[in-house]
Ligand binder design. Structure first.
Ligand SMILES: Nc1ncnc2c1ncn2[C@@H]1O[C@H](COP(=O)(O)OP(=O)(O)OP(=O)(O)O)[C@@H](O)[C@H]1O
Ligand SMILES: [Mg+2]
Length: 219
């Protein structure tokens, strides 16, 4: 199963969602995480550097916290410019054959890489923030999803209350990921926030939220 995390708006929590969902699922399944963002958000979040070499899709991976992780590299920029949507989607499906679950983190646009990941995705997860502009741009995303014959599940990020976007092609979940300093601290340390939370508290609040996301998305 491929879970594609997508939203063309920047900074809404695609990388945070991808990294923590992959980390959680990897405790019980064979999980891959593909960083398809040329900026390498997930790669940095996992404390590794972007590869300066141009690699083929899926050529190189490293196991971190039980997640088989495919880091960003400079070749992604060329793929983004290539417009080869179908070929990239096929490449992603090939990688995913080796795993129970493959999570894909995408760049903040609706270009080749993001659209290819949506085509390849069996499930599409869209983090949204409760700001009017962020909600408005989901309209374009909904239209793009509809043209691909796909439906996304939206999870509200940085909020105590779930937001209902009411857009065709996007189903709003009754799940909200609260604002938490743990995410900022975790990205500084290069570990998933859920990992950090395990060490810090006996009552992992964020873990419970991500368990809910995992249940809906993989169920
Ligand atoms: N629930 C949260 N509470 C506090 N900080 C958060 C939360 N979610 C994300 N952040 C922080 O917000 C910033 C943006 O999050 P993230 O990188 O996941 O977004 P993104 O959608 O992947 O961004 P981009 O579009 O640039 O790739 C990061 O610094 C992250 O640590
Ligand atoms: Mg990102």
């Amino acid at each position: 199963m491929i879970i594609t995390v997508v939203n063309q708006k920047g900074g809404v929590g695609k990388t945070t969602t991808s990294v923590n969902l992959a980390y959680l699922l990897a405790q019980r399944s064979n999980v891959a995480l593909i960083d398809l963002d040329p900026e390498g958000g997930s790669t940095v979040s996992f404390g590794i550097r972007r590869d300066k070499k141009e690699l083929k899709l899926g050529e190189k991976s490293v196991n971190i916290f039980n997640v088989e992780f495919f880091p960003a590299h400079v070749g992604l920029l060329n793929l983004e410019l290539s417009g080869e949507v179908e070929a990239v989607a096929q490449g992603l499906k090939e990688i995913a054959k080796g795993f129970d679950i493959t999570v894909i983190d995408t760049p903040p646009n609706l270009g080749t890489l993001a659209v290819a990941a949506m085509i390849a995705g069996d499930r599409i997860l869209t983090p949204i923030t409760p700001h009017p502009l962020a909600i408005q741009v989901t309209k374009n995303l909904g239209e793009r999803l509809a043209s691909l014959g796909k439906v996304a599940h939206a999870v509200t990020n940085m909020s105590n209350k779930p937001v209902n976007v009411n857009v065709e092609g996007i189903k709003s979940l009754e799940i909200a990921v609260p604002q938490s300093k743990l995410f900022i601290e975790a990205s500084r340390l290069g570990v998933p926030a859920l990992r950090l939370e395990e060490f810090k508290t006996k009552r992992p609040r964020l873990q419970a939220v991500f368990e809910n996301i995992a249940k809906v998305i993989t169920g």
